[in-house]
Design a binder for this molecule. Structure first.
Ligand code: MRU
Length: 354
């Protein structure tokens, strides 16, 4: 079963598959520094929470490699500026902040190294972030596939596949693993208006995997769910708060409520880099507001009266109570989420509050 790799680290540059042109055109662009990576993220040439984190780490690595800094302090100052620039590109996915912080933390814990060797080590750290994501996705797939029964009809939203990660996928990684186990699953793919990640990217990946699937428009989901044609819903995540509230592509919340009232499992699959323990609930997650043109136009062609305004929040937050389980590389986590996320991800017991 073919995996799709959206980025390749080659000769200290990042080769990026331009996802805006998929599924019909497979074109790569080359990013040579953090500014070019930041622009590729803003322009959605690469997207998906884990992938933008990986790209940010490579963006930092490219600048570090080219840096003329001769002291640790100078290098750190440069890294801080690069990190701040990259972090501003998209606000919701915490993986971006996570990857930048990991690069900064790595530098801080290796400050005694000679500057040239520190620069090399930082480049290796970016490669490690990429490789770990790939491994974590495979583990998520293997663990998550245990929740999928033979012949399950699975509904997914947006694209949480190889294209959104280092190359295997989270929600789609679970589907990929279940299909490899010959579970004879089928998939309903929400088209994911307005950016059409489901229609353009998820169907592309499923077709390449050879998994049976149907594209549906987002407003059809209720029909299929209420008519008992969906057995399970599985989605990715952009940020998970300490209590399990989860931000993901706009429309996810609606699906979670539908699954809850129709009594079908709703799973979130995400690596632990998507956890944000610095916020207690989903209310604190910043939601990216995108251009209204992405709603009033389709492929650059207006579909509304010129006086019509539109709104475009790119993500919504699903309260933890609608989530049956969160599948991570560290295990399957169920309610009570606050205690169990803390225990499984941070590996510690919550100390009873006095
Ligand atoms: O706007 P996008 O395409 O970056 O949104 C992507 C999603 O919402 C994904 O579901 C999420 O990032 C998880 S990807 C493994």
């Amino acid at each position: 079963m073919k995996e799709t790799s959206p980025v390749e680290w080659k000769n200290n540059t990042l080769k990026v598959l331009d996802q805006t042109l998929l599924p019909h055109t497979k074109k790569f662009i080359i990013c040579r520094n953090s500014k070019e990576v930041g622009k590729a993220i803003v322009d959605m040439k690469l997207r998906g929470a884990p992938l933008i984190g990986i790209a940010a780490a490579f963006g930092m690595a490219m600048d570090i490699k080219k840096s003329k800094a001769k002291s640790y302090e100078k290098l750190i100052k440069e890294m801080k500026a690069t990190g701040e620039h990259l972090q501003k590109t998209r606000p919701t996915a915490v993986n971006l902040k996570w990857a930048i912080s990991r690069m900064n933390a790595f530098a801080a814990s290796n400050k005694e190294r000679r500057i040239q060797s520190l620069k090399e080590l930082l480049v290796n750290e970016a490669v490690r972030i990429y490789k770990e994501d790939l491994e974590n996705n495979k583990t998520i797939g293997r663990i998550g596939a245990e929740l999928i029964r033979p012949k399950d009809r699975i509904l997914t939203h947006c694209n949480a596949g190889g294209l959104a990660t280092a190359g295997y996928g989270t929600a789609l990684g679970v589907i990929r693993a279940a299909a490899a186990q010959k579970k004879k699953i089928s998939v309903y793919v929400d088209e994911t208006r307005p950016y059409l990640q489901g229609a353009r990217l998820t169907t592309f990946e499923l077709a390449e995997m050879g998994v049976d699937h149907h594209l549906i428009t987002d407003n059809m989901a209720g029909y299929f769910i209420s008519n008992k044609m969906v057995d399970v819903i599985i989605v990715g995540a952009d940020r998970i708060a300490a209590n399990g509230d989860t931000a993901n592509k706009i429309g996810t919340y609606t699906l979670a409520v539908l699954s809850y009232i129709n009594n079908i499992p709703f799973y979130v699959a995400a690596p632990s880099s998507t956890m944000d323990f610095s916020i207690k609930t989903g209310a604190e997650i910043p939601i990216e507001m995108r251009s209204e043109k992405e709603v009033t136009e389709i492929f650059g062609k207006p579909i509304t009266h010129k006086k019509t305004k539109a709104l475009h929040p790119a993500f919504d937050v699903t309260p933890a109570r609608f989530i049956s389980a969160i599948i991570t590389e560290k295990g399957i986590i169920r309610a009570p989420f606050e205690a169990n996320l803390d225990k499984v991800i941070l590996n510690r017991e919550i100390v009873a509050k006095l």
